[in-house]
Write a protein that binds this ligand. Sequence first.
Ligand code: M6P
Ligand code: ZN
Length: 189
Amino acid sequence: MFPAGVTIDPKTGAVSPNTGTYTKHLSELRSIYHDGAEFDARLARQGDAVAYTVIEYREPGADIFFGTTTMSPGRIGDEYFMTRGHFHERPDRGEIYYTQSGEGVLLMQSRQGEMRSVEMKPGVCAFIPPDWAHRSINTGEQPLIFVWCCNQDAGHDYDVIVTRGMRQIVVERSGAVAYLPNPKFAAGN
Ligand code: M6P
Ligand code: ZN
């Protein structure tokens, strides 16, 4: 294994060289939004769209890896575009998100259900503690682009968030960002 300098374009999220990329379309994300009727209406009206793209740089056998996420701006009804959100499989693995361009919110939820958020804007590097679920939300009108870095063995656990949702939703109210209780949040273990 050898050191490397990897170029990251803060305006496009391009990572060069990179070792993998994937794209999530809106049509794959229906269950995460609180208003299913608005979701269906938007897709019928405007068609499918890229919600976000993830590009990674990974050295097999290394402890950490990093990459970018580039999130499109937009809303489903009043709810801003967002990532699926996840806990890490390993409860002792955190992450950082360093915003490159755009503006948004990093919404986090502890195992005990406590909520916190950190503003995402250029210059802010967010610390995600181990065992806090995290979801990024593009509240601006431009792409939200950030660099993330975590342990390769952290793993993604999507089940809890997909099944129960997060406790809060982030919506637009009179031109401002508002945090509301999630009407779809299912209490339980
Ligand atoms: C960030 C990182 C990635 C994650 C991506 C998309 O870039 O945390 O590990 O995969 O966001 O988020 P999600 O996996 O929740 O859809
Ligand atoms: Zn993560």
